[in-house]
Ligand binder design. Structure first.
Ligand code: SAM
Length: 281
């Protein structure tokens, strides 16, 4: 095993120099250079079985996950990192790096495969911030068997997960997070823990999938559809989702939801109820 963790400042600098690697802003490349933050994140992730990571970068978090789990599957979009990761992760034979866009991967299939081979599968990542919502929506819809998600995100985004109805931060992301998961904020991370440093504070948040929720990809579509036009009423949004005004009216009536309410005024339970009725159509 190499003497210094990949996440140490000296080792990261050496790797970037050796491969003449300039972090790509367009891919959200802010590499973690604080060993204790990386180790704490991995330690909290429940990764003893298999773990899926998005964006290994130069391998900082991947290394700490590999040290604690039976298997790591990491998706990386940036092909420049191929020789780097082959080198930095060479001491770990339990890591598989797939060079592909996570958003185009068959997540459901991968989770089943890992579950059969290794037992419990979890997700852990220092997310590329420009794709936070897209990645989480994908997991909410397709990753029902990922029992824990441990993610580093922008601190202000972390607050949105638990936002209450009526607040400006309440969105489809809040509804789906709260409907499907118990959410805990683990710790905050200052800009200095990354190279290059982002302009914002970050936070590590953990989602624990609540067993028995009936919500799935259809729930994701419904909730996002209902928030497509925040200023419009729930009736107008639902009519667009169902492409049928009469059905929208009937569903709202059965659920006891006034059609002139705005989507951001509805409780999480009301969205779950709506989904139940829409599924019956
Ligand atoms: N895990 C590393 C760390 O903590 O130092 C790097 C995290 S960096 C914030 C985000 C990583 O996600 C980068 O390596 C970037 O290339 C990768 N990435 C960005 N978009 C991606 C996508 N659509 N699919 C897979 N990886 C992606």
């Amino acid at each position: 095993m190499p003497d210094k963790p990949i996440a140490s400042i000296s080792r990261t600098r050496q790797i970037l120099r050796q491969y003449d690697l300039r972090p790509k802003k367009g891919y959200g490349q802010n590499f973690l250079v604080d060993v204790s933050v990386v180790a704490r994140t991995a330690e909290a992730s429940h990764c003893e079985g298999a773990v899926i990571e998005v964006g290994p970068g130069i391998g900082s978090l991947t290394e700490q996950l590999a040290l604690r789990s039976r298997h790591v599957t990491a998706y990386e979009i940036d092909e420049r990192l191929k020789p780097v990761l082959e080198d930095t992760l060479s001491p770990y034979d339990n890591v598989e790096v797939l060079f592909q866009d996570f958003l185009s991967a068959d997540l459901h299939q991968k989770v089943q495969e890992l579950q059969q081979a290794w037992g419990r599968v979890v997700f852990a990542a220092n997310l590329p911030y420009y794709l936070t919502s897209a990645i989480l929506f994908r997991i909410f819809a397709e990753g029902e068997d990922l029992s824990y998600l441990t993610v580093m995100v922008q601190k202000e985004v972390a607050q949105r997960f638990s936002a209450r109805p009526g607040s400006a931060d309440y969105s489809a992301l809040s509804v789906e997070s709260q409907a499907l998961y118990d959410i805990s904020s683990l710790f905050t991370v200052p800009p200095g823990a990354f190279a290059p440093s982002p302009k914002v504070d970050s936070a590590v948040v953990q989602f624990h999938r609540r067993p028995g929720t009936s919500a799935d990809a259809g729930f994701d579509q419904l909730v996002r559809g209902c928030f497509a036009q925040r200023r419009k009423t729930i009736y107008n949004n639902l009519r667009s989702v169902l492409q049928d005004g009469e059905k929208a009216e009937a569903v709202l009536q059965v659920c006891g939801i006034a059609p002139d309410r705005r989507p951001q005024q509805l409780q999480v339970e009301e969205f779950l109820r709506l989904y139940e009725e829409v599924s019956r159509l």
